[in-house]
Ligand binder design. Structure first.
Ligand SMILES: [Zn+2]
Length: 251
């Protein structure tokens, strides 16, 4: 079994799981994998991720032109932009999970440090401003922010998660949708408590000691100056959809 065939099989399986777990609906969402410097495997246009076959997947070049039969998803520009910005990323998952998306519809973000496991693995989850899907707007909008995080919400659209493998990028999607559900449930119970700067500091220390890869962001409120990369440095700040400031912790 060739490596490419194994990746095609894995992409089909993850698409099926995304559809079954309500992380996409109908023909929404798409996945891709960097096969080499000049070839990317990507899901086809207009297909339901729940019912793909390995042979449906399309190989495109860095300009998005097909190198195999089929037509790539209309969101291919978004995928190619991430690969251009992140040499460490080999897989991208774009979902339309309902709870994460609802947070952005409501104008609320997931960029607070609430759950320790999420702070440890993903950091604060930013929301990229709105851009018309399938145009060159979303790639332009995420260009800078994707350099600093592995998971983001696309305003009133869906999510973008990236990683070294398809499984890794997919699990990040599961995790942020799960986080959104927990926070939504807490809101219905009355309030959402955020972790203290000291608690976040300890988590980041454990993260550094574990030598975890990937990129994470942190709320400026929870980024203590005692950290390498901590404290407020204007060059390292980025703004979310609501205008809140997020501190970039390079990790
Ligand atoms: Zn989409």
């Amino acid at each position: 079994m060739s490596t490419e065939y194994a990746i095609r099989r894995e992409m089909v399986e993850i698409g099926r799981r995304m559809y079954e777990k309500d992380l996409v609906a109908a023909t929404d969402g798409n996945l891709s994998f960097r096969l080499s410097a000049n070839e990317f495997l990507i899901t086809p246009a207009g297909s339901c991720l729940g019912y793909l076959k390995a042979s449906d997947l399309v190989v495109i070049d860095p300009e998005g032109s097909p190198r195999s039969p089929g037509r790539p998803t209309s969101e291919f520009r978004l995928h190619l932009e991430v690969y251009r910005q992140r040499g460490d990323v080999s897989a991208i998952v774009h979902g339309h999970p309902p709870v994460c998306t609802a947070f952005s519809v409501a104008g609320e973000t997931l960029d607070r440090c609430v759950l320790p496991e999420v702070v440890f693995t993903l950091g604060a989850i930013p929301t990229a401003p709105y851009g018309t899907p399938t145009t060159d707007e979303p790639p332009r909008i995420i260009r800078d922010q994707i350099k600093h995080c592995d998971a983001m919400i696309l305003d009133r659209h869906g999510t973008l998660t990236v990683g070294p493998t398809l499984a890794d990028a997919y699990y990040k999607l599961e995790k942020i949708e799960h986080t959104a559900r927990v926070i939504l449930t807490a809101k219905t119970l009355g309030r959402v408590r955020v972790l203290s700067p000291g608690q976040v500091e300890k988590l980041l220390e454990v993260r550094r000691e574990a030598g975890l890869g990937g990129k994470i962001l942190h709320c400026v409120c929870a980024a203590p100056a005692s950290f390498p990369g901590g404290g407020v440095d204007e060059d390292e700040l980025t703004r979310t959809i609501t205008g809140e400031v997020i501190k970039i912790i390079r990790g």
